[in-house]
Ligand binder design. Structure first.
Ligand SMILES: [Fe+2]
Ligand SMILES: [Fe+2]
Length: 468
């Protein structure tokens, strides 16, 4: 069970390790300062109906209630250990998992934990001002739920750094609060996490596409041979599911409202839809293109010796490693489509691509649901995931003039058509113009449909955030 009497709630027996406890209690006020400065702007006094982790049981692991965000109990929770757990992949396949970081893998593990940890506070920073323009109290609550849990994910990684990496780890934990999203001097490590999220359509796209990258990264790390990392990530995945729910239902509600307006007006003309206060489907598609392709870059290059060594050493496995038969992948190969033509590379070197492919498949599920809505409304348009070659900044296809269908085209034509494929300044200005704050219980902005149901069986018109 989780010890809530402690300053830092935890299920890792922190009280029995005074040195570690002191170090984390020293970091805690710095975290709270960071939250106060970079977290949700202006809502410190609001009572928010939040879930807080209270155990790691599959049933009933959270409690719900009104909390002021600065009082949220950020804690350290690891999923229960699996008895006799063995390393499930790579050169050490079948050996007992490690309870300490093997010395020779220390810097590799540290880098991967820091990179994961860096994304968590980054997303809170990206959404710093978003609360001001919430389309409803229900949505505002969901934003804050995601924010506090990303804060907890930062705690999860900081715990590992403090507990297993000594002084280097403590220094890295400080740096996690010193880098900031979009900062000119000290930006966050990964590109996507330096993009501002200043409108709610972007927020829904981010939670759909970028939190889903998080899911796949965590799934890979949940396979890790370093058991505390695996257990940490397994519990984070429980929380992560809600973030993607926010994204999928959020985009779905935008599409629903757009379809209502299209039906009412009897036209799919984007200008007419916009004049009626809804977001036209082509604009939704352009936002999808932007966040999907930006999230694809998070997996890294198609061919990567780093990914190979991470797999070989038992640091990061493939998501759901147990679905595969071959866990060594020493002789296996992988077929890749590169700009120069088809390539055969060793499977270990293609691990990034294996993960990206699994991610893309998962992304398709929501898109199919949104298209079902469009089809049922009787319209012919369809939303689609862009080709993974389009608009890439990393890997073999980086910076190439490729259209969303994946065709190589002339550079000039590419530049000319980019505004059809990615949100233009005027798209962004239009979407921003819709972002009007709606904070009466049960009321909802005109550019999206209300949710089908409320949180934790409460009605949709429940006062999820009580503003002061
Ligand atoms: Fe997270
Ligand atoms: Fe998340």
């Amino acid at each position: 069970m989780i010890d809530y009497a402690q300053k830092i709630p935890n299920n890792v027996n922190l009280a029995n390790d005074r040195t570690l406890q002191r170090a984390l209690e020293h970091w805690q006020p710095k975290f709270l300062d960071w939250w106060g400065e970079m977290g949700p702007h202006d809502f410190a006094g609001a009572d928010v109906y939040l879930r807080t982790a209270t155990g790691v049981d599959a049933q009933g692991w959270a409690s719900y209630g009104a909390v002021k965000m600065p009082d949220y109990r950020w804690g350290i929770f690891l999923a229960d250990p699996v008895a006799e757990r063995k390393i499930g992949f790579g050169d050490n396949f079948g050996q007992p998992v490690w309870q300490q970081v093997p010395g020779e893998l220390r810097s590799q593990f540290r880098r991967i934990i820091v990179t994961q940890g860096d994304t968590e506070p980054a997303s809170v920073e990206q959404q710093h001002l978003l609360g001001h323009t919430c389309p409803s109290l229900y949505d505002l609550r969901n934003l804050f739920q995601v924010n506090v849990e990303e804060g907890r994910h930062l705690w999860a990684m900081v715990y590992l750094l403090h507990a297993y990496f000594g002084r280097d780890g403590r220094e890295e934990a400080e740096e996690l609060l010193a880098r900031h999203s979009g900062d000119a001097d000290k930006p966050r490590i990964l590109g996507t996490f330096n993009q501002p999220i200043s409108d709610w359509l972007s927020f829904f796209m981010f939670t759909y596409f970028t939190d889903r990258d998080g899911k796949f990264q965590l799934k890979g790390l949940a396979e890790s041979g370093f058991d505390p990392l695996s257990r940490t990530c397994r519990f984070m995945l429980t929380e992560e599911a809600h973030h993607m729910f926010v994204g999928e239902t959020g985009v779905g509600r935008v599409v629903k409202r757009t379809l209502e307006v299209m039906k009412e007006l009897g036209t799919d003309d984007p200008q007419a839809v916009r004049a009626h206060g809804a977001i036209d489907l082509p604009t939704i598609q352009r936002y999808m293109n932007f966040w999907f392709t930006s999230s694809l870059d998070l997996y890294g290059s198609e061919v990567s010796s780093n990914a190979a060594s991470s797999f070989a050493n038992g640091i990061k496995g493939r998501p759901d490693e147990s679905q595969y038969e071959d866990h060594m992948c020493t002789d296996a190969s992988y077929e890749l489509e590169a700009p120069e033509g088809r390539q055969t590379v060793s499977l270990r070197n293609a691990m990034n691509e294996v993960m990206r492919t699994a991610y893309i498949k998962d992304c398709e599920i929501g898109v199919k649901r949104w298209n079902m809505q469009i089809q049922r409304a009787g319209f012919d348009q369809r939303l689609a995931l862009a080709s993974p070659r389009f608009h890439r900044a990393i890997g073999a296809w980086a910076n190439m003039p490729i259209d969303p269908q994946g065709n190589l085209i002339g550079r000039e034509q590419y530049e000319r058509r980019l505004a059809d494929w990615l949100p233009s300044e005027s798209d962004r200005a239009f979407v921003r113009s819709l972002m009007q704050r709606v904070v009466e219980p049960g009321k909802i902005a005109g550019w999206l449909a209300p949710p089908d149901r409320g949180i934790n069986n409460l009605p949709v018109d429940y006062e999820y955030v009580r503003l002061q």
